[in-house]
Design a protein around this ligand. Sequence first.
Ligand code: COA
Length: 200
Amino acid sequence: MQSKIYPIVDRNGANYSIHKISLKEVYSLANFFSELSSSTIKLFHPHPFDITFLKKILKDGKDLRVILRNSNNKIIGYAFLSKVLLNPGIGYFGIVISEQFQGRGLGELFTRALMEIGKAEMCNKIILNVYNDNLRAKKLYVKLGFKKIRINFFLKYAIIITELIKSEDLQGLVSKIFNKFDRQVKEDRKSIWMMKKMRI
Ligand SMILES: CC(C)(COP(=O)(O)OP(=O)(O)OC[C@H]1O[C@@H](n2cnc3c(N)ncnc32)[C@H](O)[C@@H]1OP(=O)(O)O)[C@@H](O)C(=O)NCCC(=O)NCCS
């Protein structure tokens, strides 16, 4: 089923559309990333861009990931809100627009649309990390009402861990750890722990 499409129009009257990305579009998304300039990638590298990783996050479907297409149906933007471990209601945000399409007001329209979908579907707070010298992005965020915060230790590490465990090996390891915890909880019901303090 095709997901809902949000139409937008830029400052010059050109038409675009925003919709949630599906697994079927994984190759077009990878192609979009491969065409980003190095200066754009320097500012935007929240996760790997290889097919295996992209398939995994799209299949997982837990986060909100949207694309922006121009009237030729070419992907020219990508943005996401990712659920933060142990912090329900907080979405970790990222956005990128192809260099040729930056500075036309699309970043603002795209972010507003994603915030609206995010608010309806998954979070009541959005958090992001931006380089000090990324003036364009900072200006956009201030305009949209984002405020500089002093992030607390636990939230910062929850975000880092959430993003890290999306990588295959770590996710395998984390699920093994949780399975082990589960088994231990069951075993604890029929066993006791004992300790002896040793005198040296
Ligand atoms: C950041 C980004 C998403 C913004 O999208 P955009 O389409 O270029 O932004 P907009 O055209 O909507 O402009 C947003 C604001 O930035 C301002 N702006 C544009 N170019 C600017 C520049 N070179 N310096 C400072 N501000 C600038 C605009 O004036 C606009 O504010 P205004 O509407 O009040 O004039 C886009 O530039 C991008 O993908 N950059 C590379 C990746 C990136 O930095 N991602 C964010 C990581 S946190």
